[in-house]
Write a protein that binds this ligand. Structure first.
Ligand code: C2E
Ligand code: CA
Ligand code: CA
Ligand code: CA
Length: 279
């Protein structure tokens, strides 16, 4: 009787009931939005050592008919829990490949690359490699211009599977970056085993660069590690000249952050290329 009383209370907790209902409504709405192709890529510029825009990270936005433009904070976690995030990733991959194919036609844009975020479950789908290769072929995108961002925690779920998948895709020119690097609390031994191209320094380290001496030490260590493994390093979340300078001083040569550009629509990104003298 005691137990059922507790259950009854939990079930009728109005706040919890409301949270469940709104989550379910959001899930349904995400499904509808996927059908209606309301998820679009925003692009955030990535720069090289000479401050040239060499490409962008694709960040999903939801162009919601009633609520306006929504960021991942509103939908990614719910989409993940509902098993819908893979579909968002696939739609981003489609749009990214379509864009790369268009850019390929002009010498001014042919060398631009796009980095797409992948969720673990998509990477581990048995037919993912074939589907992605088919998408690249059908779209006409240059595989060398596509980068996939993975997090270390997701790679550790099933290392052998991840390695096999990455080897196949890398054989076709696709590159791999570890996102949020340094936040995974994992051993670094796995780095030798993974066929990687880039480490992406997490923005939490960059944010603390000015205040906290430890962050600088960590970033230095990441850059040294990347150097000895012959991996490229990119820092994300660069907001100030001071952060940029400190990153440069420890050997980081690729940058992304509000200092250089916020995530923006494709149209705006293309305008930025023109004004930046890339055309
Ligand atoms: P992330 O992959 O670590 O992306 C970086 C986030 O930092 C982005 O937030 C970006 O807008 C933000 N950011 C960039 N520069 C700065 C800066 O200088 N300062 C600050 N404070 N923030 C900066 P956003 O767009 O809200 O995305 C949040 C997260 O949502 C992403 O983190 C990623 O984990 C996830 N996400 C976004 N798009 C996708 C997608 O298509 N698929 C998957 N699976 N996840 C996605
Ligand atoms: Ca990312
Ligand atoms: Ca990141
Ligand atoms: Ca992140």
């Amino acid at each position: 009787a005691k137990a059922s009383g507790r259950y009854a209370m939990r079930f009728f907790d109005p706040a919890m009931q409301e949270a469940v209902t709104s989550r379910l409504l959001l899930e349904e709405d995400i499904c509808r939005g996927l059908q209606a192709e309301e998820f679009i890529p925003f692009l955030q510029p990535q720069l090289d050592e000479s401050a040239r825009v060499i490409g962008a990270e694709v960040l999903a936005r939801w162009q919601h008919p009633q609520r306006g433009l929504l960021g991942p904070g509103v939908f990614i976690e719910v989409a993940e829990r509902a098993g819908l995030v893979e579909q968002i990733d696939v739609q981003m991959l489609h749009q990214a490949c379509h864009q790369l194919a268009l850019w390929r036609k002009s010498p001014a844009t042919a060398s631009l690359s796009l980095a797409v975020n992948l969720s673990a479950r998509l990477l581990y789908q048995p037919d993912f490699v074939d589907r992605l290769l088919r998408l690249l072929q059908q779209s006409g995108a240059n595989p060398h211009r596509l980068k996939l961002e993975l997090t270390e925690t997701m790679l550790l779920d099933d290392m052998p599977a991840a390695i096999a998948c990455m080897h196949k895709l890398r054989g076709h020119g696709i590159r791999f970056s570890i996102d949020d690097f340094g936040t995974g609390y994992s051993s670094l031994a796995y780095l030798q085993k993974l066929p990687l191209d880039q480490l992406k320094i997490d923005q939490s380290f960059v944010r603390e660069l000015s205040e906290n001496g430890n962050s600088l030490a960590i970033i230095k260590a990441i850059c040294a590690l990347a150097g000895s493994l012959q991996l490229e390093v990119i820092a994300e979340g660069v907001e100030t000249d001071e952060q940029h300078k400190r990153l440069w001083d420890v050997g980081c040569r690729h940058f992304q952050g509000y200092l250089f550009g916020r995530p923006m629509s494709l149209e705006k990104f293309e305008r930025l290329l023109t004004t930046a003298g890339a055309e």
